[in-house]
Design a protein around this ligand. Structure first.
Ligand code: MN
Length: 305
C-alpha cells in the first residue's frame, strides 16, 4: 500500500491517506489516537495502529472520502519523526568521486535535524552565496516499530515502508549535522510504499535529475550496507521510534545546485519526488569550512543511461 500525508482540501487539517493510482483516500477517521493537534501526526498514528486497521484499509474506496492527487497539498510523509538518521559514504562509486578515504564502516551514521524536512513540491532554500550546495538522491526507510538491538535477520519486521529523500548538502569542513540540516535540506516523499508492495530494495533503482539532466543512477543492490544491516546497526546505537527515518546514502553523481534548479528523484515503485531550488535572500557564510572537508567532483557529468 501507499500512504501519504496531506492537508485536507477543505479544512486544511493534517491528514493521512491511501494513494491508489491518481486518487488519495482519507483514512484519518479510522485512527483511534487524538487528531485535534498535529502531534503526533496522523501518519505516526497510522504506523502505530497499522496492524489493527490494515483490514479496513483494503476496501478503502468503499468508505473513505477521496480527491484527485492533483487537488491536495502533499506534506512530508512523516512530518514529525523523532530523528532522521543518515548513512554517509554507502556506495563505492560515491566514495571514489569524493576521494574519500573512509566509508560507512569507518564513519557510522549521522543525524539530520527533523526541522530540515521539506514537503514534495517545496523549495530548497540555499542560505549562502559563497558556498557550494549539492543534491544527494537517496532511498529512505521509515521505521514501523520501536527498535533496539535488532538483528540483521529480524530487521525487515521493523520497516514500515520506503520513500524518496534528498539529502541536500553544503560542501566543506563543517560538521555534517550543520552542513545537512539547514531548513528545507531534507525533501521527502511523495508517499511511503509498504514492503509488501515495494519488495526487496536491492532489486530497485534510483534516478536523480537536476533541471532535466540525469546526474545519478543507482541500484540499491550496490549499497555497501544494505537496508537490514543499516536498521540493525542504527538500532544498536540508538532506540528507533515509530516514524523515524533512516536514509541510506547517495550514489555517484552529486553536483552543485543553483537558483532556479528543479530536482527530481525517481525510485521505481515510489516516486517521483520533485522540488525546486531558490537562492533568494542568500547571504555570506559566517563559517570558514569552504576549503576543508571532503572534496566533491568539480563538474557534473551526466549519468550513463
Ligand atoms: Mn547523503
Amino acid at each position: 500500500m501507499r500512504f501519504a500525508s496531506f492537508r485536507h482540501p477543505d479544512s486544511g487539517v493534517l491528514s493521512v491517506g491511501v494513494v491508489r493510482d491518481d486518487t488519495v483516500f482519507d483514512i484519518t477517521e479510522v485512527l483511534a489516537a487524538t487528531r485535534s493537534a498535529d502531534v503526533p501526526s496522523p501518519m505516526r498514528c497510522l504506523i502505530h495502529e497499522y496492524g489493527s486497521v490494515r483490514g479496513v484499509l483494503e476496501d478503502v474506496s468503499s468508505w473513505a472520502s477521496s480527491w484527485p492527487l492533483s487537488d491536495v497539498a502533499l506534506e512530508v510523509p512523516v512530518p514529525d519523526p523523532s530523528k532522521v538518521v543518515a548513512a554517509p559514504v554507502n556506495y563505492v562509486d560515491h566514495k571514489v568521486e569524493m576521494s574519500a578515504q573512509s566509508q560507512i564502516d569507518h564513519l557510522g551514521v549521522f543525524l539530520k535535524a527533523p526541522s530540515s524536512l521539506l514537503a514534495p513540491g517545496g523549495t530548497v532554500r540555499l542560505p549562502y552565496v559563497d558556498r557550494r550546495f549539492d543534491q544527494e538522491g537517496e532511498l529512505a526507510v521509515v521505521i514501523g516499530r520501536q527498535a533496539s538491538q535488532v538483528s540483521e535477520a529480524d530487521a525487515a519486521e521493523y520497516v514500515f515502508g520506503y520513500t524518496c529523500l534528498l539529502d541536500i548538502t553544503m560542501r566543506g569542513g563543517e560538521d555534517r549535522s550543520t552542513r545537512k540540516s539547514f531548513d528545507t535540506f531534507t525533501p521527502m516523499g511523495p508517499w511511503i510504499v509498504t514492503p509488501d508492495e515495494f519488495g526487496d530494495p536491492s532489486r530497485r533503482f534510483l534516478k536523480c535529475s537536476v533541471s532535466g539532466v540525469t546526474r545519478q543512477r543507482a541500484s540499491f543492490g550496490d549499497l555497501i550496507w544494505s537496508v537490514p544491516r543499516l536498521v540493525a546497526y542504527v538500532s544498536s546505537v540508538m532506540t528507533l521510534y515509530v516514524g523515524d527515518v533512516i536514509t541510506t546514502g547517495t550514489p555517484a553523481g552529486v553536483g552543485a545546485l543553483t537558483d532556479g534548479d528543479q530536482i527530481v528523484v525517481e525510485i521505481d515503485g515510489i516516486g517521483p519526488l520533485a522540488v525546486s531550488v531558490s537562492a533568494q535572500g542568500a547571504d555570506r557564510c559566517p563559517t570558514l569550512g569552504a576549503t576543508s572537508g571532503p572534496v566533491p567532483p568539480p563538474t557534473v557529468a551526466p549519468a550513463a543511461p
